[in-house]
Design a protein around this ligand. Sequence first.
Ligand SMILES: N[C@@H](CCC(=O)N[C@@H](CS)C(=O)NCC(=O)O)C(=O)O
Length: 231
Amino acid sequence: MGTIEGFQPSFEKDGPAGGAVAPPVVKLYGTTTSPYTRKIRLLTRAAGLPVTMVDTRTAEGADALAHIAPLGKVPVIEMGPPGPAGALDDGAPRVLADSGLIAAWLWARHAPALRAAGFELSPDDWSGRALTVAVEGALDAAINRFYLLRDKLPDQGYVSRQADRVATTLAWLDAHMPAFARPLSGATLSLGCALDWIVFRGMADLPRFGRLVAFREAWTASGVGVGTEPG
Ligand SMILES: N[C@@H](CCC(=O)N[C@@H](CS)C(=O)NCC(=O)O)C(=O)O
């Protein structure tokens, strides 16, 4: 039997003209080492939202990313097909290029599923958001330093100041971050992903920070991130 050109399998919901409507295809651009991409892999999995991962370490993936996201950072999600003005029916842009933005979008659209999976990402959690800024500031500094050292820049000046920033912020988090608990807040998710990446890349001396070590042990034991570990 031949194939019908343009054939789309039918889905439960009918479109305005009675035709079958395909669910939007969600592409997730990223890598399996990226801690920010990991946040989104975890959340889309918890939300039950199927995504097609585009590995941006391949030439095709990097090229596709460059076409949709000027910053060239990951994660990026791209949703399709486009509405008339390049936006989704609900007005959200088709391309979201920041893990915090993507997480907020997922919470806005999939809170019941995320709650059922043990997450609580309310935007009204101001102290949690403040903690997330600290976690991700340290992670940004660690990632920046990692790339600069990999490119053989000497470990001095701004490169070594980034190490100081990571250490001072981890010390602050060691004193201020609540213990790992459920439901998982955005700060908990960020810290779990950040600590795993920092250890994976050897970008800080984690054993100096006893409460963060305990946090990471509880995070690992929870199984929340299982199957998405950096590697
Ligand atoms: N604020 C961004 C940070 C994303 C980010 O820094 N991603 C890293 C990978 S984990 C990246 O793409 N780095 C490439 C670069 O800086 O050139 C987010 O939350 O998504």
